[in-house]
Design a protein around this ligand. Structure first.
Ligand code: 6PG
Length: 241
């Protein structure tokens, strides 16, 4: 099931995304005792993160029962400006009552991206108590989308798109990019809920192609097997569709 909702501006987009995350979190905690969420990087989610750092969400969400992972992470130290962990920690995780053990940080200390990917995969297998070959089922995976249609760190034409039977892989579209680890498409497509946050006119061409099913763009390959696919977009990004 795919739901596309367009908002007049990004502040209304973020408000809706925050309410959706809160509703999903509360129902997952009620039913399963916890809610497992994967966060994106990039600038777009900052608007959502800022809302989570403030009331009502700061005091109302069941933070001790929420677990956060990262859908992708750059292979840089946690205090590096490019770190997706640092982005989320500074924006909201440092302001809410969440136990450190609920933050499943990508172990970027490994020397090679392939080693970091393997270590992160092992952390996911441990924390989800997975048997070999099993995939995690996230309650919610939040994703952004680049103007080239990439999502997480899955880039157009990249070998990372073809990785099978792995939870996590790594990518480096070209030497100007910091190597990064990323959920594989298989991991993303196992989620119960996947939400794209797409804002701004720069994304309009790619978003149009993704919504039309142009599978040359990685974001168009996000098709949750059983889960719900949601697009939170603003009018600039969705244009006159
Ligand atoms: C990352 C993100 C990446 C991001 C897009 C959009 O680590 O950079 O996971 O996939 O979501 O590049 O980035 P903006 O939100 O900054 O446009």
């Amino acid at each position: 099931m795919r739901i596309i909702t367009s908002y007049p501006d990004d502040s209304k987009l973020f408000a809706a995304a925050a309410k959706c995350l809160a509703d999903l979190s509360n129902s997952a905690v009620l039913e399963f005792g916890r809610c497992v969420i994967a966060l994106p990087g990039g600038n777009t989610p900052r608007g959502l993160f800022r809302l989570l750092a403030k009331d009502p969400y700061r005091s109302a969400l069941p933070w001790s029962k929420l677990h956060f992972y990262w859908g992708d992470e750059r292979c840089v130290p946690r205090d590096h400006p490019e770190s997706n962990y640092k982005l989320a920690y500074d924006a909201f995780l440092s302001s809410v009552a969440i136990p450190e053990s609920n933050l499943h940080i990508v172990p970027v200390e490994g020397s090679l991206p392939s080693e970091v990917a393997q270590a992160y995969e092992q952390e996911i297998q441990r924390s989800f108590r997975l048997e070999p070959g099993e995939f995690p089922q996230f309650d919610l995976i939040l994703l952004g989308m680049g103007a080239d249609g990439h999502t997480a760190s899955l880039f157009p034409g990249g070998p990372e798109l073809d990785v099978q039977n792995r939870l996590v892989t790594w990518s480096q579209p070209d030497l100007s990019f910091t190597p990064r680890v990323t959920f594989t498409l298989e991991t993303i497509n196992q989620a119960k809920n996947v939400s794209f946050l797409v804002s701004g006119i720069a994304k309009a061409a790619a978003l149009g192609r993704v919504l039309d099913g142009d599978e040359s763009l990685p974001a168009a390959l996000v098709k949750p097997r059983e889960g719900k696919l949601m697009f939170f977009v603003d009018e600039e990004a969705v244009g006159s569709r």
